[in-house]
Design a protein around this ligand. Structure first.
Ligand SMILES: [Zn+2]
Length: 480
């Protein structure tokens, strides 16, 4: 594991150089698209798609060379078209794009990432029967679901989204630089800047039809009945799913997250607005009642058979309900947030992966969702002076040497987080102290080994990044 981890660190350093190259590619692509866009002409759109396709391939080749295992897991999803049945096509990629074909025109559900949208479109065009795209349904406002809308949309295409879609897209766009830098810390293979040009830029999708929470928008086309339900609480307040009642197929977007079944990401560590737990349970109830025989998520492969589809949803429902109830009971019983983060468990036998959503973080999320920012633990919480403000003074009083020794004691007792607390004090006084940095490195490595058991992507990515930063700080370190 340790050698695999070193490979990851090296990979992400190469990733940085690659990211810089990506910007150059993006600039060239943007210039080409801008030129074509302003030239007009009949072949304009095809030419733009061709340019975007080439830019996307080059950029992705570069991402592929960022040889971090985890980066590859996330990014090496080759574009291919699968037939889900005789009338539904799925273009796979980082985000899947779906086309439900009918004799009276086709309906899309989710459109993938802008980087891959042109190639998904080209692959789909090779196999789709004749017919216009009449509707594009976007499961929610995340970039890996709406990235292709601009590639597919015609002036009269209906865009179906949740009632809150525009507001979610608005804040994600307004805070794009903030979220981008946070995401990039976790996913170092991302380019340095968000793409800003034309078809690659985030946002700009305007729904023509909207659906409220738990309401249904129903239409029929070419003999196929489409039902779009508002199902909030999974990957955002603006979540919707598509149900084909005649075929018992549910297009779930990210309603369950990237894995199924899993403990969901109730609030994500990346940031973003709240995801309401009880509303999510209600959304799960709605989908369980539909009894889907097939679930088609917008990441990875379909899930088939009631035992897996309904069974999986029931396990998720039970888990969220139980964690939520434990937090509420604990709050009412006067337990502290940290006690509950330690104590709350999944229901017995649940065995849901925490690879995406971590239970202890859900505890913190639910707590703060109900009680918000003031934890009633200390007067100091009320003022803009964090504990960290006195670390350097404490370190001088205690002695940096003694703090490093105490950190080692904590680590040997299995308390790596306590060790990190005192090391933060030591490093506040002497940021380049080699012994403190190398003790910090050992603690982070141990936490990483522990984290690999649950294998939560965000926790692992975070720890890997901190190890990388500590390694590079050690290069400038001094003293014993
Ligand atoms: Zn997604």
């Amino acid at each position: 594991m340790k050698s695999a981890h070193r490979a990851n660190v090296l990979g992400s350093q190469r990733g940085l150089a690659i990211a810089k190259l990506l910007i150059v590619v993006a600039v060239i692509a943007v210039a080409a698209i801008w030129y074509l866009n302003n030239e007009g002409g009949e072949l304009k759109q095809q030419a733009m798609i061709q340019a975007a396709s080439i830019a996307g391939s080059v950029a992705e080749d570069m991402l592929d060379r960022a040889d971090s295992e985890r980066a590859n897991q996330l990014h090496k999803v080759p574009i291919s078209v699968e037939k889900i049945n005789d009338f539904i096509f799925q273009a796979r990629g980082i985000g899947n794009t779906h086309v439900i074909t009918t004799s009276a025109g086709h309906v899309m559900f989710d459109t993938g990432l802008a980087l891959q949208a042109a190639r998904q479109l080209q692959e789909l065009q090779k196999v789709l029967p004749e017919g216009e795209i009449t509707h594009i349904i976007t499961s929610h406002s995340h970039a890996d679901h709406i990235g292709g809308v601009k590639f597919w949309q015609k002036p009269d295409t209906e865009i179906i989204a949740h009632h809150d879609f525009l507001e979610e897209q608005r804040y994600l766009k307004d805070l794009e630089p903030y979220f981008w830098s946070r995401n990039r810390l976790l996913f170092p293979f991302m380019p340095e800047q968000p793409p800003e040009a034309g078809m690659f830029a985030y946002g700009g999708v305007t729904p023509t039809i909207t659906v409220q929470d738990w309401e249904v928008y129903r239409f029929e086309q070419g003999g196929v009945i489409f039902e779009v339900y508002g199902t909030p609480g999974a990957e955002g307040a603006d979540n919707i799913v598509l149900w084909l009642p005649q075929h018992k197929i549910l297009f779930s977007g990210d309603t369950f997250g990237p894995m199924f079944p899993q403990f969901p990401n109730v609030f994500t560590m990346r940031g973003e607005k709240v995801r309401k737990p009880v509303e999510y349970i209600r959304s799960l109830d709605l989908m369980i009642a539909l009894q889907p025989e097939v679930i088609v998520p917008s990441h990875f492969s379909p899930v088939v058979g009631l035992e897996n589809t309904v069974g999986g949803m029931q396990r998720m429902r039970e888990a969220v309900d139980s964690v939520h109830a434990q937090v509420v009971a604990g709050m009412n019983a006067g337990k502290t947030l940290y006690q509950l983060m330690e104590e709350v468990r999944l229901p017995a036998g649940s065995e849901l992966t925490q690879g995406h959503g971590k239970v202890s973080w859900a505890v913190k999320s639910i707590w703060e969702y109900y009680a918000t920012w003031f934890h009633f633990e200390s007067t100091t919480e009320l003022y803009p002076v964090p504990t960290r403000a006195v670390y350097a003074d404490v370190a001088v009083l205690a002695g940096v040497e003694a703090l490093i020794q105490q950190a080692q004691n904590y680590r040997q007792q299995g308390s790596c987080v306590k060790a990190l607390h005192v090391l933060e004090m030591a490093l506040a006084a002497e940021p380049q102290r080699a012994a403190a940095l190398s003790e910090q490195q050992s603690c982070l490595q141990e936490l990483l080994q522990e984290a690999l058991v649950l294998n939560n992507t965000y926790e692992v990515m975070w720890l890997e990044k901190q190890i990388e930063l500590t390694t590079s700080a050690l290069g400038f370190a001094s003293g014993g």
